[in-house]
Design a protein around this ligand. Sequence first.
Ligand SMILES: *[C@@H]1O[C@H](CO)[C@@H](O)[C@H](O)[C@H]1NC(C)=O
Ligand SMILES: *[C@@H]1O[C@H](CO)[C@@H](O)[C@H](O)[C@H]1NC(C)=O
Ligand SMILES: *[C@@H]1O[C@H](CO)[C@@H](O)[C@H](O)[C@H]1NC(C)=O
Ligand SMILES: *[C@@H]1O[C@H](CO)[C@@H](O)[C@H](O)[C@H]1NC(C)=O
Ligand SMILES: *[C@@H]1O[C@H](CO)[C@@H](O)[C@H](O)[C@H]1NC(C)=O
Ligand SMILES: *[C@@H]1O[C@H](CO)[C@@H](O)[C@H](O)[C@H]1NC(C)=O
Length: 380
Amino acid sequence: MLFSKSIAAAALLISKAAATIYYAGVSESSGEFGVWSATSTPGTGLPGRFGVDYAFINKTAIDVFVDQDHVNLFRVAFLLERMCPPTTGLGAKFNQTHFDLYADAINYITKTKGAYVILDPHNYMRYNDPSQQPMTGSVIGNSTDPKAATTKQFAEFWGELAGRFKGNERVIFGLMNEPHDMSTDLVLANDQAAIDAIRKAGAKQLWTGYSPSSATALANIKDPLNNTAIDIHEYLDADFSGSHVSCNSSGPANLADVTAWLKANKFKAIVSEFGAANGTQCASYLSDMINYMASNEEYIGWAAWAAGPFWGTNSACCSDGNHWGSLEPGSTAGDGGPSMYETVWLKEIQPLLPKALQWAGVSSVKGGVVSVKGGSHPLV
Ligand SMILES: *[C@@H]1O[C@H](CO)[C@@H](O)[C@H](O)[C@H]1NC(C)=O
Ligand SMILES: *[C@@H]1O[C@H](CO)[C@@H](O)[C@H](O)[C@H]1NC(C)=O
Ligand SMILES: *[C@@H]1O[C@H](CO)[C@@H](O)[C@H](O)[C@H]1NC(C)=O
Ligand SMILES: *[C@@H]1O[C@H](CO)[C@@H](O)[C@H](O)[C@H]1NC(C)=O
Ligand SMILES: *[C@@H]1O[C@H](CO)[C@@H](O)[C@H](O)[C@H]1NC(C)=O
Ligand SMILES: *[C@@H]1O[C@H](CO)[C@@H](O)[C@H](O)[C@H]1NC(C)=O
């Protein structure tokens, strides 16, 4: 008995130590499309035509990612101005039609496929004018801008959204995509109000927060459930923008400081955007980055940028404007050649996807039971 007990204890330890990544997959970007205006005209593309100007996911592509590639995480973008039309303002009043379309995508991923989702308001902490994102729109909570939505409205929005999804264990709340050019104090105030509203609504799932300057600012946020992860975006080109073909920045070197900070402050992180171009020059940068996240227990998840039904032959990252396609299965490059789904995702990223991921239980910074989904990986 003693013998089998210690075997069991050893097995438990091994699975714990190996499974630092619980959630891994891709960002689904397209729900935020269709609002860009060359003349920065507010209201362009709003509310937009679903399936024409924007869409959330292609269910066939989700099937490929889950059934063949064994991905268990999707970060699904949407626009606050579509969920909460400017006529009624940011808050608890949703456009029910738009919500139903979003919920259909979220429920397909979580309930039909059994994967996890990060809800992603892709708004840069701005609301009311996405016509030239990321620069346009009033900063949420800017008290000297009479047109700005307030911190209280942001909290009402999150309380409502979290309340609607509180029964879905496979949901993660990504409070805001890339707040920038605003005070860190205001980001914190908005996030704190949102997390208070989320917990008040009875939602217990994991949430993630992104800090414009450094992760350290987020240390002051109080979540009564401590179910919190820091959201990090990390591109591997020279200026970290994810726009260039050439890889130039080492993920492990760039992340070293933040990893030390996470460790010292007992925080975990999800890298919800990262990427690099196709071709051998970037291959080691990508594998170094993914292996680094796998071997440092501070990282619990990652999502590559980006798949999504509306990219067409455009590249979501790292192409210097070339049309090399996106990470969307079934997409092609502009010249009809293989897209980044084949040249980057299948070739570089998917082979490094952890074999065992979490497939059940509430989304948690502590992870959950991990297991291998489906059969053997086709490419390894
Ligand atoms: C709500 O969303 C639907 C679907 O996109 C759209 O047809 C409708 O115009 C929207 N309503 C408002 C007030 O934006
Ligand atoms: C807040 O609003 C004021 C007035 O419109 C503007 O001058 C300021 O730049 C805004 N602050 C931010 C962070 O956008
Ligand atoms: C959250 O973390 C704080 C600080 O470490 C601790 O005092 C508190 O008991 C934790 N709460 C829960 C619910 O784990
Ligand atoms: C890295 O970036 C610098 C500055 O943009 C450039 O001069 C250099 O050629 C780049 N190196 C590689 C390997 O792409
Ligand atoms: C990247 O993919 C595109 C589209 O298939 C292709 O034209 C290009 O040659 C590839 N680049 C490299 C360096 O392999
Ligand atoms: C969804 O993906 C499938 C498979 O790649 C493709 O045939 C179909 O046209 C896509 N649907 C939309 C609406 O993009």
